[in-house]
Design a protein around this ligand. Structure first.
Ligand SMILES: [Ca+2]
Ligand SMILES: [Ca+2]
Ligand SMILES: [Ca+2]
Ligand SMILES: [Ca+2]
Length: 503
């Protein structure tokens, strides 16, 4: 019997221990201050055969229920499956609950100290969402970020309220990074709730109304939520070192690299240097190809991603070949990747014409993310157009009759047919060291012997310097050299001079 009692004792102690450990998870049910009254009553008689009965009542005893504080913040260790994106605002919502048996205050420390963020972002807002609409409402909600002093919010017994923390994710946040928000700083292990407050730096704790003292003192709690940055692929693609170049539009799909091929050998391979940039927030690979409809008829296009050692032919005779694209190696977030494109036009391509090859880079992580750049070949790009106008003041024949003694004005209109520089980061095509030479007896010319110089009639609209000398054959004043200098794309000018038909 004694042994049996001992066993029961052990079971009882175990039950008490279990109750104690679970206590923190349950709210106090009986309100503090409740008066529990107890009075006993009895009846009796002095003769069992006599029905007369007497009664008796004890005095009343009262017990007033003590105030017990309690606080809980949830969730703990929450890792939502949805991801956040760079530059977005992530919303973290906590629930703060009064586990005590009386209406208690919850205090948040000054200047947002009760809220901490770990990770690539900044806390934009933190507030007690009194009206439960998810947004901060001045005058209604309690700001716990911009609060110069500690603030409290009142919670009824078992009552709860949401605390919303809004975090702006850094624009440079990379995929897989995490942003953790802690509300409160209770030590120990999950669920971190209903502990004795120790007034540490980042606490959330109860703050009893002045008239009440809880038997277990002030309590603190903590919750934490961690969000993960998702992958946001992006790519730009442009001229060498200028992946973000913009062309006309302005657009990052019309940027360009202008080059030239000799008009007489248009099938000479021309190599372009291009650069793509991984504008996404995670490492990615990219396919390189000629955009649909972006190949020149009859051309061959090859791409090299190793600096020009190995070339892959992606366009043959103007159409995609058996290997229509090349895939890069992994490119780190924010990094550039250089590649080369070799374009060979058909022989006999029309001179003084622009031929465009549109090269497209496409994210492998998200194939909807793509960007173009234009590799443009001009089959020669300095155009010369000559005209001759006769002025006849001899009185013989009409005003424009080319009779001996009449003047012939030669006009050479020159222009760089490449497009004028536009956008940013593009490679334009200047005509450098432009020199226009008129030599009166270099075949088929014969004007050195059939005409004479008309002095002071030489001019260049761009201010080119004009030197007049003996022709190759030694005829005086029969060679003109107009040094124009640099002529940018889209620029033009005229060089003019007069000769008088020998009489
Ligand atoms: Ca609100
Ligand atoms: Ca908790
Ligand atoms: Ca603490
Ligand atoms: Ca581009």
């Amino acid at each position: 019997m004694k042994r049996k009692n001992h066993l029961w004792g052990k079971v009882l102690i175990g039950a008490i221990a279990l109750f104690t450990s679970l206590e923190i998870a349950f709210a106090q049910a009986t309100p503090g201050g409740t008066v529990i009254r107890n009075r006993a009553s009895a009846t009796y008689t002095d003769d069992v055969s006599n029905p007369t009965k007497y009664s008796s009542t004890s005095n009343e005893v009262t017990t007033t229920v003590s105030y017990v504080a309690g606080l809980e913040i949830t969730p703990d260790g929450s890792t939502p499956s949805t991801t956040v994106t760079p530059s977005s605002t992530a919303t973290y919502t906590f629930t703060v609950r009064n586990l005590g048996n009386f209406t208690d205050n919850v205090e948040f420390l000054a200047s947002g100290a009760s809220v901490r963020l770990t990770g690539p972002g900044t806390i934009a807002q933190a507030f007690v969402d009194i009206n439960s609409n998810g947004n901060y409402d001045s005058g209604t909600d309690v700001d716990i970020l911009g609060n110069g002093a500690a603030v409290t919010t009142s919670l009824a017994q078992s009552g709860s309220v949401a605390v919303v923390v809004k975090v702006t994710v850094n624009s440079g946040a990379t995929a897989g990074q995490t942003l953790k928000v802690d509300l409160g700083d209770t030590a120990g292990s999950s669920p971190y709730d209903n502990q004795t407050a120790d007034n540490s730096t980042n606490e959330v704790h109860t703050k009893h109304p002045g008239s009440i003292t809880a038997v277990n003192g002030e309590r603190e709690a903590k919750g934490d939520i961690t969000m993960t940055v998702g992958a946001i692929p992006a790519v730009t693609n442009g001229p060498t070192g200028q992946p973000d170049a913009q062309g006309p539009g302005p657009s990052t799909n019309t940027d360009y690299t202008n080059k030239a091929v000799s008009a007489s050998t248009t099938n000479t391979p021309i190599v372009f240097d291009n650069t793509l940039k991984n504008g996404g927030n995670s490492a990615d690979t990219f396919t390189l190809k000629v955009a649909t409809g972006g190949a020149v008829a009859g051309s061959k296009v090859e791409i090299s991603i190793d600096g020009g050692t190995l070339w892959t032919e992606v366009i043959t005779n103007g159409s995609p070949s058996g290997t229509p694209s090349v895939t890069t190696t992994s490119v780190a977030s924010g990094s550039n990747f250089n590649y080369k494109v070799r374009v060979t036009l058909a022989s006999g391509a029309t001179t003084l014409t622009a031929y465009e090859t549109i090269v497209q880079a496409c994210s492998v992580l998200d194939p909807t993310q793509m960007n173009n750049t234009i590799d443009r070949i001009y089959t020669g790009y300095l155009r010369l157009v000559k005209t001759a106008t006769v002025t006849n003041a001899t009185g013989i024949g009409g005003a424009t009759e080319p009779v001996p003694g009449a003047d012939i004005e030669y006009v050479i209109a020159y222009d760089n047919i490449a497009n004028a520089p536009t956008g940013t980061g593009n490679v334009d095509l200047d005509a450098l060291q432009v020199v226009i030479t008129e030599d009166g007896d270099v075949s088929p010319n014969n004007w050195s012997t059939t005409t004479d110089r008309v002095a002071s009639t030489e001019s260049d609209s761009r201010g080119g310097s004009i030197a007049i000398s003996n022709s190759t054959g030694g005829v005086a004043n029969s060679k003109y050299v107009d040094t124009v200098g640099t002529l940018a794309g889209g620029q033009s000018g005229t060089f003019r001079f007069k000769r008088k038909i020998k009489q």
